[in-house]
Design a protein around this ligand. Structure first.
Ligand code: GLP
Length: 240
């Protein structure tokens, strides 16, 4: 059973998770963080930024969950650029220690296996930050994804393309394919921290935390993990 923490505001969720991360880094200065994109984890990164002088973050290692396939590397919404802009630069992390799956078309046939190897070489992820899509996806593991899956190329659903169109000029510009850590990769992290805010996530949260464990709602995979913390606001908790 996941530990569920209901907080009044996203900022308080950010502060709580930032404290968890800082105490991990105090114990393990080269801790491996699993980094998520999307709007949900931003309060965590903001809270960390406000406290970045308290703990030496220079040895922290990071692995992003996913990346769009074939996106222009200069595009501001490539997840590599988002992770570097929102996390690596403001927190002063060592860019050499932070990895994002390679979504370039050239390397796509071996990018998944390469990424898995790098995570394994780092000794696995200590704390994985997760958001959840309105269709219940985590990373970009859309409904139907295998619980045993590892980093690989997937096709985005219409729903996710519509949800993510706000980051692009139009829905037509949202890449159709992505490379994402698999549910098996995510479940191998030592601690999962799933965040969700707002009424729009309430159904996905209820399904993930209390619904049947099923590939039709990939977030329900977190129920299989022995150490999951779910941090939600009242609205996202409203269907629990
Ligand atoms: C995106 C990302 C996920 C994220 C989710 C929710 O497509 N690939 O990692 O958790 O969708 O996004 P948001 O936090 O902006 O609602």
């Amino acid at each position: 059973m996941a530990e569920i923490v209901i907080v009044p505001t996203p900022a308080e969720a950010g502060a709580l998770v930032a404290e968890e991360i800082l105490s991990l880094v105090r114990r393990t200065p080269d801790a491996v963080l699993g980094l998520a994109t999307g709007s949900t984890p931003l309060p965590v990164y903001e809270a960390l930024r406000a406290r970045r002088d308290e703990v030496d973050l220079s040895r922290v290692r990071g692995f992003a969950l996913d990346e769009y396939v074939g996106i222009d590397p200069a595009h501001p919404e490539s997840y590599r650029n988002v992770i570097f802009r929102e996390v690596v630069e403001p927190l002063g992390l060592d860019p050499e220690r932070v990895h994002v799956p390679d979504g370039s078309l050239d390397g796509i046939s071996h990018a998944g296996a390469d990424y898995e190897r790098r995570i394994a070489e780092a000794g696995g992820v200590d704390l994985q930050i997760l958001g959840i899509g309105t269709d219940g996806h985590i990373g970009f593991n859309e409904p139907g994804s295998s619980f045993a899956s590892r980093t690989r190329v997937k096709t985005l659903t219409e729903q996710t393309i519509a949800d993510n169109a706000r980051f692009f000029d139009s829905a037509d510009e949202v890449p159709v394919h992505c490379i994402t850590q698999g549910l098996g990769t995510i479940l191998a992290a030592r601690h999962l921290v799933l965040l969700a805010f707002g009424e729009g996530k309430a159904e996905a949260v209820a399904g993930a935390v209390e619904g049947p464990v099923s590939a039709s709602l990939p977030g329900s995979a977190v129920q299989l993990h022995p150490h999951t913390t779910v941090v939600v606001d009242e609205a996202a908790a409203s269907r629990l």
